[in-house]
Ligand binder design. Structure first.
Ligand code: ADE
Ligand code: ZN
Length: 319
């Protein structure tokens, strides 16, 4: 039995497996620039974050109807359940869909139709986190928050993702303030490819409660001290870091050093269809490669619930 865990860093669009992509392409009359699933999988060799994002946004062309988003989320939840996931906080990228003419309501209604049944079907509680694309403008992020207002009962928080370098958190101060005023929780990707200074900025300017990745905090000892002191959770994604060449090999991953430093780290899958594994596969990979002991794995699983947006009573039930 896989250890019960929460997944806190998962882009639902990053769970689009080649087989489902081709099925949706056929259903929606979309022609993909790949002959078949093997050729598509063969294109999953990334040199950095941007080279991945180009393919990731391109493949989203197959997602057109609410039913497509429901099918996408159902497929993820089924796989996640098999790997011990009891709670999932799921990112989605509305601007990547609205820019293609798919209304935000279609995306949210489609995902919600799956998530509403996930507890009963898969034993997984869920939350939705709406991400702003940081390589789009601050105005576009504000317009996205505005467009999401009729659906705020389905959305727990906001996040910030896409190309990091050159798009510091402070660019999104206003939309995070507005999101906070609406009662939304706040997270942001920071310190994946971008510098440790972006992690500080996400905390100080955006007021995030949790940092996605946060890997590069290890370059700044004072920042590590602060993250430990303030118990700020970091949602690490080890296989993603290797595939996007943030680190050279999994053996170089600082996860173990981060745990030893007292950081509240969690292990997650990011975009599992592209990076070679779901969250349980990430756990297995770090256990084998970094020689983690059962107590480390228990700590990672415990951290995943502690760092979640579950209320205390829900957290106890989920564990
Ligand atoms: N969007 C999907 N995956 C991402 C990642 N790893 N970093 C930034 N944006 C993303
Ligand atoms: Zn991510």
């Amino acid at each position: 039995m896989p250890v019960p865990k929460a997944e806190l860093h998962l882009h639902i669009e990053g769970t689009l497996e080649p087989e489902l992509a081709f099925a949706l392409a056929a259903r929606n009359g979309v022609t993909l620039p790949y002959a078949d699933t093997d050729e598509l999988r063969g294109a999953y060799r990334f040199s950095d974050l941007q080279s991945f994002l180009d393919l990731y946004y391109g493949l989203m062309a197959v997602l057109r109807t609410a039913e497509d988003f429901t099918a996408l989320a159902d497929a993820y939840l089924e796989r996640a359940a098999a790997q011990g996931v009891r709670h999932a906080e799921i990112f989605f990228d509305p601007q990547a869909h609205t820019a293609r003419g798919v209304p935000i309501g279609v995306v949210i209604e489609g995902l919600s139709a799956s998530l509403e049944r996930s507890e009963e079907r898969y034993g997984i509680s869920t939350r939705l986190i709406m991400c702003f694309l940081r390589d789009e403008s601050a105005e576009s992020a504000l317009a996205t928050l505005d467009a999401a207002k009729p659906y705020l009962d389905r959305i727990t928080g906001v996040g910030l993702d896409s190309a990091e370098v050159g798009h510091p958190p402070a660019k999104f101060r206003e939309v995070y303030e507005a999101a906070g005023a609406l009662g939304l929780r706040k997270v942001a990707h920071a310190g994946e490819e971008g510098p440790a200074a972006y992690i500080r900025e996400a905390l100080d300017v955006l007021g995030v409660e949790r940092v996605d990745h946060g890997l590069r905090c290890m370059e700044d000892a004072d920042l590590v001290d602060r993250l430990v002191r303030e118990r700020v959770p970091l949602t690490l994604c080890p296989l993603s870091n290797v595939r996007l060449r943030t680190i050279d090999t999994l053996a170089d991953h600082p996860l173990r050093a981060m745990m030893t430093a007292g950081l509240l780290v969690t292990v997650n899958s990011d975009d599992p269809a592209y990076f070679g594994g779901y969250v349980g596969d990430n756990f297995d990979a770090v256990r084998e490669t970094l020689g983690l002991e059962p107590e480390h794995l228990r700590e990672l699983a415990r951290n995943s619930f502690l760092a979640s947006f579950l209320e205390d009573d829900e957290e106890r039930r989920a564990r």
